[in-house]
Design a protein around this ligand. Structure first.
Ligand code: SF4
Length: 505
């Protein structure tokens, strides 16, 4: 029997979670670098440049790639000849202790995003525990651990169906991916699980996302199995949808499609699909009884030589002098650099604000939204001399149901978030002559560099969801919905789908 020390597992989990918070996997960075070089859509290319540059800054600065530092998912393969001689904790508790240490690391505090219970009070557990832990017993005398920190934006887009055995799986994927919008921060990967039972298919899809990106090698050598053929077909067909980076329209939506399968019932064809986002974060290590795992840091020279700089053609905008007349001149796709005061607020703050409005009560002191913009963000806490930690945008569609009331009753004229807006929000934006701007999801550290001041304004108890006032200088955003209701997330993919079709023809 190989004795594995409890502390070796806990310490390895903690180190690995810190590691993946600031180092993208190299296969992802290489694939994104190649996609950036190939990309012909200027908006998508700019978004990819931001993600790549952000990635390098995070690797250098050891700060999180994204403000959503993820829910921890762990797959543990435990050898049957392993003993846990000094263990006082369960495997779940050991992993949780590793999560606790990693997320509270004083030099690189990560954002705690887990809430419990999930229905009802939803209180933040403050240390990002518990992790979602899957354990399997396998032959051997080692413990192999696969760890991921999965962002909520991409996890929320997970899909599942049970097809008839004669149905086309490709048709289902191609029909379903556009319904996912851009809240999963493409370009990323699709993990697909085929077969088993409902829960087995979901697990297969999640585990598939832990594999390396190698679609170009597969293309070069040609498929040898039906599943490899399927991967190539899905990769081509999904990219032909023209969704592009951040849903702006472009050549690359997915960098790879990974598939795992399992035998299933003769009556069923379960299919699960889980996307991985621009903040793809996963790592593997093995414990063999000789001590904690040692992870080799990647070399910065391996990052593509992409430096993002504010575009000369971008319009400089003073947020402190905004009027409806000014914003009415902006067109979908215009690139802006924002300077001035920007209030923050996301799900919980919107709920509280709209509850106050509904009851006819005053908004908290300092929350005056007249002619102001609100930024949908939940930043990471600052460390050292930082004003704020990584502070990228969160998915705007979650705020859609509050938008009409916010625009009608507070004087708010603009919102900043990520990905598309739904029909209800677009209608409200049009009705009130407001605008919606998008920042790049997965470029949170780069965005934070534009934030020069941060002041708590209201709802301190909400933690990362509290309302703050940021002082920003040249914060890069794109007009995603203009005051007439024109949406770049509708026009961009439609335009690029046609272009890609023409290229193929
Ligand atoms: S890249 Fe987008 S989906 Fe991924 S964790 Fe960040 S905000 Fe969430």
């Amino acid at each position: 029997m190989t004795p594995i020390r409890q502390e070796d597992l806990i310490g390895s989990v903690a180190d690995a979670l810190q590691f993946i918070s600031y180092y993208h996997p190299l296969d992802y960075i290489r694939a994104l670098g190649e996609a950036h070089a190939r990309e012909e859509s200027p908006a998508a290319r700019d978004a990819m440049a931001q993600i790549l540059y952000n990635s390098r800054l995070c690797a250098e600065g050891h700060r999180p790639i994204c403000q959503d530092t993820g829910m921890v998912v762990a797959f543990l393969e435990v050898g049957m000849e392993v003993s846990w001689a000094d263990a006082t904790l369960s495997l779940q508790a050991m992993v949780d202790e590793g999560v606790r240490r990693a997320y509270n690391h004083p030099d690189n505090r990560l954002r705690a995003s887990m809430v419990a219970p999930p229905y009802g009070e939803r209180r933040n557990t403050r240390d990002n525990t518990p992790a979602v832990v899957h354990v399997s017993l396998v032959p051997g005398d080692k413990v192999h651990v696969k760890l991921a920190a999965k962002g909520g934006g991409s996890e929320n887009k997970s899909k599942f169906t049970i097809l008839n055995p004669s149905d086309s799986l490709v048709d289902w994927v191609v029909k379903t991916v556009p319904l996912m919008g851009a809240g999963w921060c493409p370009p990323g990967m699709l993990g697909i699980g085929i077969g088993g039972s409902a829960e087995k298919a979901m697990l297969l899809a999640k585990e598939a996302l832990m594999e390396e990106i190698d679609i170009h090698e597969l293309k070069a050598r040609g498929p040898r199995t039906a599943l490899e053929e399927l991967r190539l077909e899905l990769y081509d067909q999904v990219n032909a949808l023209g969704i592009g980076a951040q849903g702006l329209g472009g050549l690359t939506t997915v960098l790879d499609v990974k598939i795992k399968d399992f035998p299933t019932h003769a009556a069923s064809l379960p299919v699960a699909m889980i996307p991985n986002c621009a903040a793809t974060r996963h790592v593997e290590f093995t414990l063999d009884g000789s001590g904690p795992a040692e992870l080799t840091p990647p070399r910065l020279e391996d990052w593509p030589d992409v430096v993002w700089q504010a575009d000369d053609k971008a319009l400089r905008v003073n947020l402190d002098e905004m009027t409806r007349e000014t914003i009415a001149q902006w067109q979908p796709g215009d690139r802006l650099l924002l300077t001035g005061k920007l209030l923050t607020g996301r799900d919980a703050a919107h709920k509280r604000l709209t509850d106050l409005l509904t009851r006819g009560e005053a908004l908290p002191e300092g929350v005056d939204l007249t002619n102001r913009f609100i930024y949908y963000v939940g930043p990471v806490d600052p460390v050292r001399d930082e004003v704020v930690g990584p502070a990228g945008p969160t998915t705007a569609t979650r705020m859609d149901k509050f938008t009409e009331q916010m625009l009608a009753e507070t004087g708010l004229i603009g919102m900043v978030g990520k990905a598309e807006r739904g029909p209800v929000a677009i209608e409200a934006i049009k009705k009130h002559g407001a605008v919606y701007l998008m920042a790049v999801g997965g470029a949170a550290y780069l965005v934070a560099k534009a934030i020069k001041g941060s002041r708590l304004v209201a709802f301190e108890d909400l933690g990362m969801e509290a309302i703050r006032e940021f002082d920003v200088v040249d914060m890069p955003v794109t007009v995603a919905v203009d005051s007439r209701g024109g949406s770049v997330h509708q026009t961009g993919p439609a335009e690029w789908r046609v272009k890609i079709g023409a290229m193929k023809a």
